[in-house]
Design a protein around this ligand. Structure first.
Ligand code: G1P
Length: 296
């Protein structure tokens, strides 16, 4: 029997330099995607998959993150006095969403190092890791499927997405073998951000992982890899090659995913999510059409 998953770890210590100057005094995770900070989508995804215990790995300049998931008494009182129940509910929702915990990363030594900071909190249980740059559409419950695959096969699971060859150098890339499940593959090789033209496939790891606690021991002996950083991908490669670890499987995601990691993708994500919103879509769609035709 595998143990039930309850914990999610969200690394959020990055400097967000691609969004300067917006991120000079504010964490990039707080950038709004329509009217919600990007990080709230990610926490909601964890909770929707049944993971109510969320540990955020933060760093300096991240207090706004903690405040966002905490009570805001003055604001709540003002809204209460005004009788604005709708806005009050929005404020309270993010406070009550999950059981939030925080630990700081200290030195920025890479994703593997950030995940290792979760060891004390996670203990001997399997756990999920969600990277904040990716938003997965709530209608395509990728993490729920990954948890299911983990429970059925007692294995480590990563999310994979087919990407164009021009983008493989931005991701961890997997070599795989099929399994009897159409959306599940067995991982035989992994390479972190291969140089352009050298990727062994076009299956990229996107920022969702279900990890077995054995990953901590592996990370503790993982040497700095690509970019001089301790890479989670390198630790996973070791586990993929070690059958006693339960191996590593990939769930090939074919649903809707929005990348908020760079400026152009961030703008696209906002437009895609806004056109689908009940409160904004009806007005935004015709305006977008008109605007797009004015561009030519
Ligand atoms: C990290 C991982 C990489 C993965 C990517 C997904 O890289 O190291 O393997 O493909 O996340 O977003 P980062 O984007 O943090 O540089």
């Amino acid at each position: 029997m595998t143990r039930a998953l309850t914990k999610a770890v969200i690394p959020a210590a990055g400097l967000g330099t691609r969004f300067l100057p917006a991120t000079k005094a504010m964490p990039k995770e707080m950038l709004p995607v329509v009217d919600k900070p990007a990080i709230q989508y990610v926490v909601e995804e964890a909770v929707n998959a049944g993971l109510h215990d969320v540990l955020m790995i933060t760093g300096r300049n991240k207090t706004a993150l903690e405040n966002h998931f905490d009570r805001m008494y003055e604001l709540e009182q003002t809204l209460e006095e005004k009788g604005d129940r709708e806005k009050l509910a929005k404020v309270e929702y993010s406070t009550e969403l999950a059981d939030m915990h925080y630990v700081r990363q200290g030195d920025p030594l890479g994703l593997g190092h950030a995940v290792l900071r979760a060891k004390m909190h996670v203990g001997h249980e399997p756990f999920a890791v969600l990277l904040g740059d990716d938003i997965i559409d709530a209608r395509d419950p990728l993490l729920t499927r990954m948890v299911e695959v983990h429970e059925r096969r007692d294995t480590t699971v990563v999310a994979l997405l087919e990407v164009p060859e021009s983008q493989t150098h931005l991701y961890g890339i997997a070599t795989v073998e099929p399994t009897e499940d159409d959306d599940v593959v067995r991982i035989t090789g992994l390479v972190e951000k291969p140089p352009q033209g050298e990727a062994p496939s076009n299956l990229a790891i996107i920022g969702r992982y279900v990890l077995k606690p054995g990953v901590f021991d592996v990370l503790e002996r993982t040497q700095p890899g690509k970019g001089g950083e301790i890479q989670l991908t390198d630790a996973l490669l070791e586990m993929a090659n070690d059958p006693t670890s339960g191996g590593v499987h990939g769930v090939v995601f074919r649903g809707r995913r929005y990348d908020t990691g760079d400026r152009l993708d961030y703008i696209k994500a906002i437009v895609q999510l806004a056109v689908e919103r009940d409160d904004l879509g009806a007005e935004l769609r015709p305006w977008l059409r008109e605007f797009a035709s004015s561009l030519d």
